[in-house]
Design a protein around this ligand. Sequence first.
Ligand code: CP
Ligand code: NVA
Length: 328
Amino acid sequence: MNLKGRDFLKLLDFSPEEILYLVDLAADLKDKKKKGIPVDVLRGKNVALIFEKTSTRTRCSFEVAAHDLGMGTTYLDPSSSQIGRKESIEDTARVLAGMFDGIEYRGYGQEIVEELAKYSKVPVWNGLTNEFHPTQMLADLLTIREHFGYLKGIHFTYMGDARYNMGNSLMVTCAKMGMHFTACTSSKYFPDPALVAQCREIAASTGGSITLTEDVKEGTKGAEVIYTDVWVSMGEPDEVWVERIRDLSPYQVNMAVMNNAAENVVFMHCLPAYHDLHTKIGQEISERFGITEMEVTHEVFESEKSLVFQEAENRMHTIKAVMYATLV
Ligand code: CP
Ligand code: NVA
């Protein structure tokens, strides 16, 4: 498998074999890290990390992984670069590609990261757009495989806003890996029909399936993974909280949902999560709407079925695999 020089923009661009190769590589790099075996084969190289939206996991993962691989990093924060305001994406791509060996980009429309990749002669990695979050997908696959031992045939249910980056990406990922994906949410939040059709076509060739349902009992029955994400994503206006809480509260991941799923069900979440009042926004929402938990209850989040911190750690190992595979 040779992915050197490739961009990593969305999993739709990769074959199931290539995705599995990246998961295997991440598992190997994780094992080496745990054993204290250094893999700093990219010494002397440098990567640019552009974040037009905030981040904890993705930024830290890129920085730690790059340093582990021997590389230098330059972080460009949401307000201090010229990108998009004073300088076009096309010009930025050509400037950065002259100085760096790879470019990570987190921002708004998918077309921006695609444009950056088009004009960059070095690999571009998507650190999250409105439409897709591909590095998160590798971490999720690694976590599921660590837990269950395999991926193919897993029954996976996503609850909440299924038409945004996480819902879209998870549907694509499940289709590619021969998993059974269910979006369990209000039909208003079902993924884009064109993407659903594309995923159904992929799933037909991998043995996976795509189901969309508004029925919580039906949608979570037999699920081995229950996954959710915040109801309001970065960059969305504050006003949408009212309708999201109204529309998505019936799709909260709580113990009733977990108990209706398969006996061996696990809970996953890309994080950050609103499961208590220990955040500023959580407190504001509580004052405005009188709720103390949102997409997942504290009980489920903290339960032994929750894999969220293993999943978060795996962001680093999988992002390392992406940089290694595309640069070495
Ligand atoms: N899951 C995830 O992407 O987290 P950050 O927003 O903290 O990077
Ligand atoms: N849907 C979320 C994912 C965060 C990792 C967002 O875009 O804010």
